[in-house]
Design a protein around this ligand. Structure first.
Ligand SMILES: Nc1ncnc2c1ncn2[C@@H]1O[C@H](COP(=O)(O)OP(=O)(O)OP(=O)(O)O)[C@@H](O)[C@H]1O
Ligand SMILES: [Mg+2]
Length: 148
């Protein structure tokens, strides 16, 4: 049996956040990331999943995937159906939170990974894609897959 190249799960509850962290950790380990890097990957999954649970009206989905373009690595993405983010720069500012928490989630994710993209608008969906590349000669092979 081969390992899946991607896995997606719904995040609506705190226990779903834990499940997303577990999947991210397993993918990161299977790909050959170092223990330190796996912890970064797990933290990214935790923050993105936590935001789905805390800020998205109906939760959302986390997807973890192996990627090989333009480099080998892991992709952690999050999508939801609103309420969206009106001011992305502000939301990315360390210490900014609309729920009275630390406001370090998005800014922390940005620091932990190699590429970070966010698409959102007030009243619409939020879509975030974070990627971390393998180093040290490790390679993985995968193929594009539709969002599941
Ligand atoms: N998926 C989302 N949908 C709508 N708003 C979001 C979403 N993710 C983040 N935000 C907004 O961006 C702000 C900053 O997010 P960030 O994760 O940095 O901090 P936080 O979740 O408020 O606190 P922390 O993550 O430190 O517990 C949030 O307070 C919220 O207003
Ligand atoms: Mg957060």
């Amino acid at each position: 049996m081969t390992s899946p190249r991607s896995f997606s799960l719904a995040v609506r509850t705190e226990s779903d956040v834990g499940a997303a962290i577990g999947v991210a950790r397993r993918f990161g380990t299977a790909l050959g990331f170092s223990d330190v890097a796996v912890n970064c990957i797990a933290t990214v999954a935790a923050e993105l999943a936590n935001n789905l649970w805390m800020h998205a009206d109906n939760g959302g989905r986390i997807r973890i995937a192996w990627v090989d373009v333009p480099h080998s690595g892991i992709e952690i993405s999050a999508i939801d159906d609103g309420p969206g983010i009106g001011d992305i720069e502000l939301a990315m500012t360390e210490g900014y939170s609309t729920t009275g928490t630390l406001g370090c989630g998005l800014s922390g994710v940005r620091r932990l990974i190699d590429t970070f993209d966010i698409v959102s608008r007030k009243g619409g969906s939020t879509f975030i894609v974070a990627r971390k590349w393998l180093t040290g000669g490790y390679r993985c092979r995968t193929h594009s897959e539709p969002w599941r």
